[in-house]
Design a protein around this ligand. Structure first.
Ligand SMILES: Cc1cc2nc3c(=O)[nH]c(=O)nc-3n(C[C@H](O)[C@H](O)[C@H](O)COP(=O)(O)OP(=O)(O)OC[C@H]3O[C@@H](n4cnc5c(N)ncnc54)[C@H](O)[C@@H]3O)c2cc1C
Length: 324
């Protein structure tokens, strides 16, 4: 079975989550003797084909247009479908970013097939694709099958390992003609909220703060710890609702879904809606003064104590350890 991957380019860079998705496609296609193709769609994106080849893409299908400077659902979906038709793929994979989640539905609708969003596992046996995905805010995992082919699957960022395998992809232009009707909905402008900082959904380390940090000023202890660890910063909804931190930092059911290698929760109770956004993190460290806080049930390591005392001490110690 051939597998098509959609590669997302943001600010001129290939998303790490797209490389993770590509590596997973390579891992799945290998035993099946299938080829992995990549749809590369946007403005001036062709140069990324070389990197995609290094990560195992055999064919890269390019659709470029100045009108695709920003994401346009229908136009990009049309190009992905054109790439799928060239490759003859049995599965179409993309990262479950905001763009990927939107695109998966559009591609599935165009092809009259089904889409599974935010998956943490994929298997292909006997030509049948199965996807594992968290449901009920991550309390349960469901394994879903597809009635029709191709299966459209978006993969949760930071769950799969991106691995360079060496190689070069054949570059093929997709002769897609974009029409005005393909741009009925399109982004006109992108206002970056996290310029210069590590993007939350791509980060491998995240330090998040909750209401237990007590005031907006105290978030500097979160930021200092994050800076030492080159981490992204997150927050609970309680602090976002209080206006202490912007919504772009919110982790959880109504915020961002993250799955870093390390998630440090400072003064966060661990409500189910917060856990929904971070419980698939590989290692969770919780600092909370209440030994019965639900976050400790999800945590790999827990420290019971006052974050205002522990965090500055931890930051100082890490500074010394990382400098030596
Ligand atoms: C539909 C819906 C959607 C929601 N979506 C989200 C979402 O996306 N993300 C989200 O986070 N929440 C979400 N919530 C809210 C969620 O239910 C919780 O209210 C919220 O997560 C609580 O935030 P918190 O843990 O910071 O605050 P609190 O629940 O007030 O917890 C603060 C914690 O800090 C500890 N603490 C206090 N002082 C200290 C100290 N000095 N040192 C260490 N620890 C201390 C306390 O023991 C406590 O455990 C949603 C709720 C609903 C109903």
């Amino acid at each position: 079975m051939n597998i098509l991957v959609f590669a997302e380019v943001r600010d001129g860079k290939l998303k790490k989550s797209s490389l993770e998705t590509l590596s997973e496609a390579v891992r799945l296609a290998g035993p099946l003797g299938g080829k992995v193709g990549v749809a590369l769609v946007g403005e001036g994106v062709k140069a990324h084909a070389e990197t995609l080849g290094k990560y195992g893409a055999a064919r890269v299908f390019v659709a470029e247009s100045p009108r695709l400077k920003y994401y346009a659902s229908e136009a990009v979906a049309k190009a992905v479908v054109a790439a799928h038709q060239k490759l003859g793929s049995g599965a179409i994979l993309m990262a479950a970013t905001s763009m990927g989640r939107d695109l998966a539905g559009g591609v599935a609708a165009l092809l009259g097939t089904g889409a599974a969003a935010d998956c943490t596992g994929v298997s292909i046996e006997g030509g049948k694709v199965r996807a594992r995905r968290p449901v009920y805010s991550g309390k349960v995992y469901a394994t879903v099958a597809f009635k029709k082919s191709p299966a459209v699957v978006s993969l949760r960022p930071n769950v799969f390992l991106a691995k360079e395998v060496g190689g070069a992809a054949a570059l093929e232009d997709l002769a897609v003609v974009f029409e005005d009707a393909d741009f009925r909905s399109a982004a006109r402008e992108v206002a970056a909220t996290s310029q210069g900082k590590v993007e939350l959904t791509e980060a491998s380390v995240i330090v998040s703060g909750g209401r237990g940090l007590q005031s907006p000023e105290n978030f500097k202890i979160r930021d200092e710890l994050a800076s030492v660890l080159h981490a992204a910063v997150g927050a609970s909804r309680a602090v976002v609702d209080n206006g202490w931190r912007p919504h772009s930092e919110q982790v959880g059911q109504t915020g961002k879904t993250v799955a870093p290698n390390l998630y440090i929760a400072l003064g966060i109770s661990g409500a189910i809606q917060h856990l929904a956004g971070m419980r698939t993190s590989k290692v969770i460290v919780a600092i909370n003064k209440d030994p019965d806080a639900p976050i400790f049930k999800a945590a790999t390591y827990g420290v019971v104590g006052d974050a205002m005392e522990i965090v500055p001490a931890l930051t100082q110690t890490l500074k010394k350890v990382l400098a030596s």
